[in-house]
Design a protein around this ligand. Sequence first.
Ligand code: ARG
Length: 624
Amino acid sequence: MNTQTPESAGIVDPSAVLDERFKDAISSVLPDLPREQIQTHITPSRQPKFGDFQSNCAMPLAKRFQMQPRELAAKIASAIDVSGIAEPIDESSIAGPGFINITLLPSAISDALGTLDTPELGIIAPDAPPTVVVDLCGVNLAKQMHVGHLRSTVIGDAIARLYERLGYKVVRQSHVGDWGLPIAMVVQKLIEMEADGLDLNLVTLSQLNGMYKKAQAQCKPETRAVQILEKVGGHPKAMAELELRIENASEHLERAKARLVALQSGDEESVRVWQRIYDITMGACLHTCQRLHANVTDEHSAGESTYRDELGSVVQDLIDRNIAEEDDGALIVKCDGIKEPTIIRKRDGGYLYATTDMAAIRRRVQKLGGDILVYCVDSRQSLHFKQVFAAAHKAGYTATSDGHSANLVHAMFGSVMGEDGKPLKSRSGENLNLSDLLDEAVSRAAATLSERNPDIGGDERHQIAESIAMAAVKYADLSIERIKDYVFSFDRMLAFEGDTGPYLLYALVRIRSIFRKAEESGIDTSGIESAPFDLRDPAEKALALKLLRYPGTVEGAGLNHEPNRLCAFAYELASSFSSFFDQCPVLKNDDDALRRSRLRLCQLTGRVLEDALHTLGIPTVERM
Ligand code: ARG
């Protein structure tokens, strides 16, 4: 599988080249040290008079090989070849206990920046782009989206966008939970309620959510309670009440099971009510996705119900080829290295979540042409995915048309916690409804905005507040390593300072306003995109070197399914820009060539920042 690298795109990141050249030199001085263990410890110089970078590699290596650090540094210095990248390194480059000082050639950075400053920003699509299927969102019928779906939607969409940015073919799939007994329970409940006069056309998702819970509760026998009462000797009246409830529950359950059979066989009334539930849920869900600037639409929905006619053939196929075996009446697939077998058919003949996911893998590889299948799903489902991935490999469902095996990845994420350190819940202890949460973020953003910038009013304020809020919520979710849990804090994520979405939006607004101001003061910015770079100040060099990391960062974030890497980059870029802007006069510079060089640097920073935010799915604003 071919992927492009910054180098193949013609970009020479001097920092990356330095790193390689240092590794070469260390290898030649210490031939016993395996290359993958070499750490070059190259950091920006603390004092510009010592150059741009220093390598602190000699001290730990000297300790390990029991050598004198300055002597080792001198050996590395004489072995290194930095031609085309830095000023020659020799004994005079060594300072203190063995630091090696490095001064980059100004032309090395300017030339590299010139190659970055293209429409693609150094990111070149592979010649034969692989297809990536991204499993994201995955809401459940008759339930409102909660914060867990925030993560599967926002992170999943960012992973999809990263692959798109790298030039891969991307297919999004929302594995909507729209089939099975729990859904049949609500269908049954609604049909009963319709008979009592309910108008299905007026039902909202939040009402549906309530009916879903009631239907579930009605079908749940309280056998445990009876056992306990029997043990401790409950009051006969309480016992009688409970027994009645259990009887009712099993009646409800029987009706739901019958409803499932009717639904599966296409019974008109069942399908009509199911469709209504589907439309209510998806209407609200897709609206929230749109609000979140997540590219999840109707065409991406591939619910469990769409596999219903494939489950039988999957199971039969697994039996025919001896992949599955009987176990105490159930049908299971055993896989090496996984203790718990994958159950694909229950004793009562019913199919399971895993059966559907087997069918989904087969469809995604064989019909959709997936070379890579990424599942952006909660880490609590990690055993499930281990099992179905292994079972699908065993069954050969991951074989691509060109004879490879598709790569299956569970890009799992942790939980969203409240400030009390427990999973985020509403005051009444319910799962927090996502759209309520977004509404609150918007009203808080609007309040901050009117305080900071009272000139922005009415509709515009509302629109900007909406974008700021979405940027804040999304950035807070994306910037954390996805495996980790994180604490949801409106105050922190909505702050205009620090590692936040609003800070990044503000950085972009500031860059855009430089060009507005230039125009106002009659400074000619035409042709700025080809102005020669003149990088003198350490702050502008630092900004330039940061920019050069962009293509490599997008690639690393995409191929490792870690949008947080791109978030960290965007934040560092905005911070570098801010130091540059404090230290290097741009518009107030009398040196015309230097001003044009700096304006070009501003423009390139703006383009890279905008591209990074777009790749993360974070909306931007013109002013705030
Ligand atoms: N509907 C599931 C849930 O809410 C998520 C679906 C994940 N995707 C999958 N292919 N199993 O837990």
